[in-house]
Write a protein of this length. Sequence first.
Lengths: 393, 393
Amino acid sequence: MTEDERDARAVWSALAEPGDEVAGALVQACGAARALSWVDAAIAAGAPDWAALEGPAGATGDRTRRRVSAGLARWAVRRARVEPARDREAAARVAARVVVPGDAEWPAGLDDLGVAAPFALWVRGGPAASQRAVALVGARACSAYGERVAVDLAVDLARRGWQVVSGGAYGIDAGAHRGALLGEGRTLVVLAGGVDRAYPVGNARLLEEVVHTGGAVASEVPPGAVPTRSRFLQRNRLIAASARATVVVEAAWRSGAASTAHHAARLLRPVGAVPGPVTSAASAGCHRLLRDGVAVCVTDAAEVVELAGEAGTDAVAEASAPDGPRDRLPPVARRVLDALPRRGARGADEVAVRAGTTPGEARDMLGLLELDGLVRREAAGWVVADGHEQRPG
Amino acid sequence: MTEDERDARAVWSALAEPGDEVAGALVQACGAARALSWVDAAIAAGAPDWAALEGPAGATGDRTRRRVSAGLARWAVRRARVEPARDREAAARVAARVVVPGDAEWPAGLDDLGVAAPFALWVRGGPAASQRAVALVGARACSAYGERVAVDLAVDLARRGWQVVSGGAYGIDAGAHRGALLGEGRTLVVLAGGVDRAYPVGNARLLEEVVHTGGAVASEVPPGAVPTRSRFLQRNRLIAASARATVVVEAAWRSGAASTAHHAARLLRPVGAVPGPVTSAASAGCHRLLRDGVAVCVTDAAEVVELAGEAGTDAVAEASAPDGPRDRLPPVARRVLDALPRRGARGADEVAVRAGTTPGEARDMLGLLELDGLVRREAAGWVVADGHEQRPG
């Protein structure tokens, strides 16, 4: 992308609110610089030049013209306030740069947002993008359980080479970023306001630590921009789109984390939810996602990797309790073994009656069990070998 | 069913091990009394009369003959031990009766087991069957959390008129039965051994209380029969088949409760699993059922009823946090509201710039917000109305 385009995208990031799809469509159709010139000309002339737009954007119908006119009215009131030089200086003060599509560190997944993709990212710290990124999100008002799970998952994901993406908020977000740092991995903080504003202020040190250990802090709005409520909601789409999968660690029935999960689902990215006690309101949103079929149940980092990873290469090894010698027996042999008394001996015929087998089957099975060291033959009959006492049920 | 059939089924319940599908097929084809006569004749003659079987059971191929011959060998070793009079006396001592298919209190769902259906149930207490029965099962070694959830669910299910079915074991089973009693509802205990044997002994008082408050204790094996390990596993199919749905409250990675859930799934009955902390091994089996898609996530009695109930009549009311006035606003109005300062006033044009709207839109929305009582007009500009302070995020 040319420097003109980069600069124009930086302007668009200040001019249009995050998620302004009319602006996104215009930039997609004309390129950022040309779209900006066209908007500036329309503002200067007090009227849009539709003919000039039809070259790059194709024929503009009534509906398109209405939407673009509404956009022009919005952008016009802000245009005079946009000062690229001031934004660049503010960025320079915190060593932030403008990252645009085509840059190596542009998270490729953002392109899946189409006309809702951000124009640019303002980035502090190490590269924003990662081939293996997973989002861990959740409630600010989390429980001690939720925070522990967030930290543990992030530590383990970081150690496995996964970048942990989250929103830098208190609670689960902070746990996820801290866990990634503890695991000596990379993490990406996507803020709703400018990257020069630590929001919330209590996480200021955490954000600095992220930047200074190779992680990245990014935002689609320029330095100085305020984190408004609608920007928080729009920010969630960036978290979902930057990661290969989104996992909700803990969330109330209605929550921003659930909105991130739904963004991921709409992008056809896998969504996971960590279950918790049904007695905890902090897990109600996770259970809702599971019940609604939006999310699959994940309980550890291996399962998160399986969710986010490519089929086959990242599959979880089938976990199972180690088989005891008893588990490897055929059902008839098990019944014969169970028909022996806990203490003392029993004859093969009596074993057959109790096990519901023929006497021949009982004798055959007792012979096999003897070879396995599970039973012994004594003068009074068959006994369970030491260390293989019976436990019913 | 005739008294002959009832008596013969009682004999079969002693003669064949639970789940003996050859016996089940024979009884299904010939009727219990005729099947028993044929077996007795074969034992007496030392050889089966295949021609006599072909009338009721149809042509018997090689494979069928081999399986029936193996069955005869099993049943022959037990036949002399079966004493119907002794079983009837033992049953009478604990006021137990024999319940067979066709009886009003025969749980109709058991018939879905086909040739694996029990021949009879030995029942103490109030009617075994219920139109609205749900199974709550889980680990013996449960956590305090699991026990609390089992009790709470059962109380609530009982109050809603559902019978709670479980296995009478320590832990979750006992919690489920106790909860049903606390909720003044009915409960069904399905034992792996005879109904005259309290197993485990620590639950003896609980079982007596069930019997004396209109609940039922049932088993497919006669009084005096020992609860062997294979009978525990077979018993699980009865729990699943007696209930309209099976819910696992807490279970380890490998567990009998999971086997009950799989029985229910094979019977195409709904299966639920209660989530718990991922840090608790006692919930690992539940999470496994959720991950494998065997169970759906259930967190309270209303969701269990929805699972077990008929579509429509028992659906859970869509739960949601109550909407605040803010939630009912269109997105543009919300952005305008968010563009007001937390303290102090702001002019409409400045609000438009911050909200990314046109000045006209900002004024329109501020007017609407004023009508809703969310903002006020002051000399210095627009302010947020008392009690509607801004919170970001």
